[in-house]
Design a protein around this ligand. Structure first.
Ligand code: DAH
Length: 346
């Protein structure tokens, strides 16, 4: 008995079944009911009591050894065969991870900044929660101007430290930053001011309660309308291509005199007429004008000495023409099918 156990331990330890077939032979030979280990257990039953006690333990150990070897080989075989059956080509390059990309409005804003920075404009920022003076009064809006009314402006109440409340508002345009710049620094001032603005409008394809503008301001001695025209002409060509035409239409803003709205030739139909340009061949992208002397005065700048031009353009509108987006709501709905389209556009 003793020799037989030693013999089997050696056999099992040196066994190295290769493949499922050989493993099955191993199982039949040692572990199965008719295998050599079961045989030994049968013999053990016939032995006298002390012998049973003597060989019981080593025989059990032998059984455990055979079984653990068997499961070890079986697991090895299974893992190697499952990798093979997956049929993976490990030499292939990995699938690229999806990367995030910039929002189309960010791409357009950055491009606008790039164009104006090369003309010597710096970039400035101002508050979105503003007081009436910076958003309206300083900009020469009369007391009863319709833009101040509730239908356009979101008012918010601000409690001061003394507990008194003050009427504040969400800025309706980026022109408030013009006022902040002109009150805080002396001319020459040459800056663009991108940012978000708010209006109490029903949301539709063409209007939204928040959108983005870029304000432009150039104040110095002898700044004239020709400077405004040339600057925006340059901008339009840089943004939309050298063939782009630009048109100034007389308009009215309280803070500029004279005032003009700026149209660019429709890129989509090349002036032939389409639904984007409403069959006019032109699309409006900005309001502009020469800074009104009252505005300069309100900000502590002498209009006899300095003049300036200003403009404000809608980033959504510029983006719409750039990428032919026909619904403003797409910009804020976070639909990845829309947003991913801009991953390769710089
Ligand atoms: N603030 C105007 C608006 O929101 C746009 C504008 C027009 C800005 C003329 C200007 C300007 O600076 O000169 O509609």
């Amino acid at each position: 008995m003793e020799n037989r156990i030693i013999e089997l331990v050696q056999e099992i330890q040196s066994a190295n079944p290769n493949g499922q077939g050989e493993l099955e032979v191993f199982r039949l030979k040692y572990i199965s009911k008719k295998g050599s280990i079961s045989e030994l257990f049968e013999t053990l039953k016939t032995l006298p009591k002390e012998e049973k006690q003597r060989f019981g333990k080593p025989l059990n150990e032998l059984k455990q050894l055979a079984e653990s070897k068997f499961t070890e080989w079986q697991e090895k075989l299974e893992s190697s065969s499952s990798a093979a059956s997956l049929d993976i080509d490990f030499t292939l390059p990995p699938v690229p991870e999806k990367q995030g990309n910039q929002h189309p409005l960010t791409l357009t804003r950055n491009r606008i900044i790039e164009i104006f920075e090369r003309l010597g404009f710096s970039v400035a920022d101002g508050p979105e929660i503003e007081d009436d003076w910076h958003n309206f009064s300083a900009l020469n809006f009369p007391e009863n101007h319709p833009a101040r009314e509730m239908q356009d402006t979101f008012f918010v109440e601000k409690k001061g430290q003394d507990g008194a409340s003050q009427d504040m508002l969400l800025r309706t345009h980026t022109s408030n930053v013009q006022v902040r710049m002109m009150t805080n620094q002396k001319p020459p001032i040459r800056a663009i001011m991108p940012g978000r603005v708010y209006r109490n409008e029903a949301i539709s394809a063409r209007a939204h309660c928040f959108f983005h503008q870029v304000e432009g301001l150039y104040v110095d001695r002898n700044v004239g309308f020709a400077d405004l025209k040339q600057t925006l002409y340059h901008f339009a060509k840089e943004m939309y291509g050298q063939d782009t035409k630009i048109r100034f239409r007389p308009s009215f803003f309280p803070f500029t005199e004279p005032s003009a709205e700026i149209d660019i030739s429709c890129l989509i139909c090349k002036g032939k007429g389409c639904n984007v340009c409403k069959y006019s061949g032109w699309v409006e992208i900005a309001g502009s004008g020469m800074v009104h002397p009252n505005v300069l005065r309100h900000c502590g700048i002498d209009p006899e000495e300095f003049t300036g031009f200003a403009f404000g353009m809608g980033i959504e509108r510029v983006t719409m023409l750039r990428y032919q987006v026909n619904d403003l709501r797409l910009y804020s709905e976070n639909d990845l099918r829309f947003l991913r389209q801009f991953s390769t556009v710089v």
